[in-house]
Design a binder for this molecule. Structure first.
Ligand code: BG6
Length: 790
């Protein structure tokens, strides 16, 4: 059949004849040809490709494939093909002819077994041979669930590769893993079958016209944007996808993924990257674009739990219970709404808040990327006069409007008081009228507004880019892994966090509004009481217990209160030391417990005498200081970069000397000890902050450690039972010279060791923490309720 059609078309001249110099033949194989995505978008996108490229010199055949047997599969597939619609700008007659050809060039195959793939390969070969067609390439579009990827990939690799000289492009649909590890695993599997340049990972948002135009817009308007596209001028950036639909019918997928994995990790992050990446020298060079995008991704600052607000629409639990046959008591913590505050560490964007927001069951469907500029003018004119003309006092913004919402079309909006943008006339036309329409607080007439001349579905844009081999419209393996590396730590830290419940739709009122407070996100209004989950009672006892632990003062409370108490005690100690000696020498531990303290100090203690504070490390891991495992790295991230402490007062441990780590001959321990002796009176720190490990270790002094538990050495190298094994640490004798020692113990995981050490005497070889006993100073324990009471 195919053969006949190709032959006839060549004869009637509907396709260029080979004698005229054919560019060769392209076979498109759509796997999952009868599935939802194929029905809704992919076949239409392929038909559009055919319409656009019928005179390109390439000839095409389209092979729909699925597991369904031939007869039924064929029927299902052709039912879809018969309903393909003609684009509005196409003449009905030409379109009818093309549709007829498209149907005739399409064929259904059952692809189930290795033999099926071999047969497909054979059929393509025979057809091309008989027609005397040169093969240009093959596209395999995987519109199938990811668990099927490996097997299909293996079959294609072993029996469906085109002959040398022709290309292979495999197109993959998300989800590309669930977190960094699973994405790495999946990427490794795929890479064993395909080369990087053969893989086209789809993020359909990159095919949305407004998103796809961000880079060209920046490039074409660089004369206006160059001076203002930076932290000095941009107030904030919002990347938003609001949806009215809920997760009904998709809970088996949604329950595992949630809104962050479903939308933020991919669509919103990708759109943000187009906005924040440096402009490549040449936009038409895919490698340059991809490289700049990767750098932008890698310069995102790690997210904290506090960077996010989470919600779940109220009916979600019952949707899950019904669809996944869960009992009435099943509680899901999957968020269906998230707002995330993202920052970049690049010099261009440092300090600018990027707000990423998405949710299901919201009040409207709309998507946009909005850049709001700072208003730097002071307006002396009265407000009445101010509104005339394009006043500098009105808000200034650039919006890439992805679609839906009040405009109901993709668009690019630029405040008239910014500049008149340069837009390619062939693709975008200026929209005028609709004076009553308001958008982002301003009448539409305050903006230059452009919408596409021809509205195109994202999938048809992407299919055209696959055909043209435009890799910059797709997600490379490096890009994918960098994105997961950014999101995974946050996803892990919130996996058990209960999202706020919201009623859904317009009834959400202001429940999901959130604000930035001291670099964190918080909902602006309290959770409606009637929605609160009765199974999760709020702790009522917020008091701090003051008592004794191992004969020393004990402060205990729920963790948040404990940290705030500890932070103010640290500040009091600092102020006293500075009043007494003009300086405050503080030695800080690493690990996870003090992070909350660092954050608290950075955000709430504006009177802290940082200018007179020296910061020392209690211990360090033998890794470069820029390694995320480094204690200094964490101190820098959570505290140093947020406070004004003089550089020369910061004393990282010298674990990295002569380009190697913790080598005894390099004398790092002696160097640190000397620095302490030189700066700290009597080598007695004003305050040492310690923690306790589940094995009773403190600082990097582990049970049965060879060094540091006794003796004259002030700073020692030690071995940890867990990675990274090599450590540098203050010794117990040096710690015990301090004037104050605070020990912070938090979390349920520390309950056993807390109980244990409450009962034992001084046995530092077994439990190094039990050896902490300042000779003339004071020891205070800060233990949260979870560690104390389990
Ligand atoms: C998909 C998500 O990738 O994108 C869906 O899985 C979401 O949950 C959809 O609804 C949004 O895309 P669009 O094109 O409808 O805005």
């Amino acid at each position: 059949m195919l053969r006949r059609v190709l032959c006839t078309m060549l004869l009637v001249g509907a396709l260029p004849s080979l004698a005229e110099g054919s560019q060769g033949h392209i076979s498109v194989v759509l796997l999952g040809a009868t599935g939802d995505l194929a029905k809704k978008y992919l076949w239409q996108g392929l038909f559009q490709l055919y319409i656009d490229q019928v005179s390109s010199g390439h000839s095409f055949t389209f092979h729909g494939a699925a597991l369904t047997d031939l007869e039924l599969g064929q029927k299902l597939m052709f039912d879809v093909l018969k309903k393909l619609s003609c684009p509005p700008d196409e003449s009905p007659n030409r379109c009818a002819v093309l549709k007829d050809q498209f149907l005739k060039l399409s064929q259904y195959h059952q692809l189930k077994t290795a033999e099926n793939y071999t047969a497909l390969n054979r059929e393509i070969g025979i057809l091309l041979h008989q027609e005397g067609l040169k093969e240009a390439g093959r596209i395999f579009y995987f519109s199938v669930p990811p668990f099927a990827y490996t097997e299909i990939a293996r079959h294609i690799n072993s029996s469906c590769r085109p002959p040398p000289g022709a290309w292979l492009r495999v197109v993959l649909e998300k989800p590309f893993g669930h977190d960094l590890e699973s994405a790495q695993q999946m990427a490794a599997e795929l890479t064993s079958f395909f080369r990087e340049e053969e893989m086209y990972r789809v993020d359909h948002y990159l095919g949305k016209q407004a998103v796809a135009h961000i880079l060209p817009f920046r490039d074409q308007n660089c004369q206006f944007l160059d001076p203002i596209w930076n932290r000095h001028h941009v107030e904030r950036v919002e990347v938003v996808l609001k949806e009215t639909v809920d997760a009904k019918g998709r809970t088996s997928f949604y329950e595992q993924y949630g809104v962050i994995r479903d939308v933020l990790q991919n669509h919103l992050t990708e759109a943000l990257m187009f906005l924040t990446m440096e402009l490549p020298g040449n936009l038409s060079k895919a490698e340059e674009v991809l490289q700049c995008k990767l750098q932008a991704l890698q310069s995102l600052r790690g997210l904290e739990k506090q960077s996010v607000v989470l919600g779940q629409y109220q009916a979600y639990a019952s949707h899950v219970q019904e669809e996944l046959q869960k009992g009435q008591n099943y509680v899901s913590t999957t968020p269906t709404f998230a707002g995330v505050l993202v920052h970049s560490d690049s010099l261009r964007w440092e300090g600018v808040p990027f707000l990423l927001t998405s949710g299901k069951a919201l009040d409207e469907r709309v998507g946009y990327v909005r850049v709001l500029f700072k208003n730097r003018a002071y307006c002396t004119q009265s407000e009445a006069l101010r509104d005339a003309g394009h006043s500098q006092c009105k808000p200034k913004q650039i919006v890439f409007y992805i679609g839906h919402g009040v405009l109901n079309t993709p668009a690019v909006l630029v405040s008239r008081n910014l500049f008149r943008p340069i837009m390619p006339k062939s693709n975008w036309r200026e929209v005028v009228g609709q004076p009553d329409l308001h958008i982002f607080g301003q009448p539409l007439s305050d903006y230059y507004v452009y919408s596409p001349v021809k509205e195109r579905d994202a999938y048809s844009v992407l299919i055209s880019n696959i055909y043209h081999g435009r890799k910059d419209f797709f997600i490379t393996t490096e890009n994918l892994l960098a994105s997961w590396a950014f999101w995974t730590p946050l996803l892990n830290s919130i996996s058990h966090q209960a999202p706020r419940l919201y009623p859904g739709g317009v009834e959400n009122q202001h429940y999901l509004d959130f604000e930035m407070v001291s670099g964190e996100l918080a909902f602006t209004v309290a959770e409606p009481v009637e929605l609160l989950n009765p199974s999760g009672p709020m702790p009522s006892d917020y008091k701090t217990i003051q008592s004794k632990f191992r004969k020393s003062p004990l402060v205990s409370a729920w963790s948040e209160v404990l940290i705030s108490q500890l932070a103010s005690d640290v500040e009091k100690t600092a102020s006293r030391a500075v009043a007494r000696s003009g300086q405050f020498h503080l030695a800080l531990s690493g690990g996870s417990s003090p992070v909350a303290l660092f954050q608290r100090l950075a955000r709430h203690h504006y009177d802290f005498p940082w200018r007179h504070t020296h910061l020392w490390l209690v211990d360090e891991r033998c890794v470069p200081l820029t390694d995320p495992e480094s204690n200094f790295f964490s101190l820098h991230n959570h505290l140093l970069q947020n406070i004004r402490v003089p550089y020369f007062n910061v004393h990282p441990m010298p674990v990295h000397l002569h380009q190697r780590l913790c080598v005894e001959e390099d004398g790092g321990t002696e160097l640190y000890a000397k620095e302490i002796v030189a700066l700290v009176a009597n080598a007695s720190f004003d305050l040492v902050l310690l923690g306790v490990g589940t094995d009773g270790h403190t600082a990097s002094l582990f049970p049965h450690s060879e060094n540091g538990l006794e003796g004259a050495q002030a700073v020692v190298l030690t071995e940890s039972p867990v990675k990274p094994h090599q450590r540098m640490s203050l010794s117990l004798p040096l710690i015990n010279k301090a004037q104050q020692v605070f020990v912070l113990v938090m979390g349920k995981g520390k309950h056993d060791i807390t109980t244990q050490i409450s009962r034992v005497g001084r046995e530092p070889r077994k439990w190094p923490i039990s050896g902490v006993s300042p000779s003339s100073g004071q020891l205070v324990w800060y233990v949260d309720y979870e560690a104390l009471l389990g």
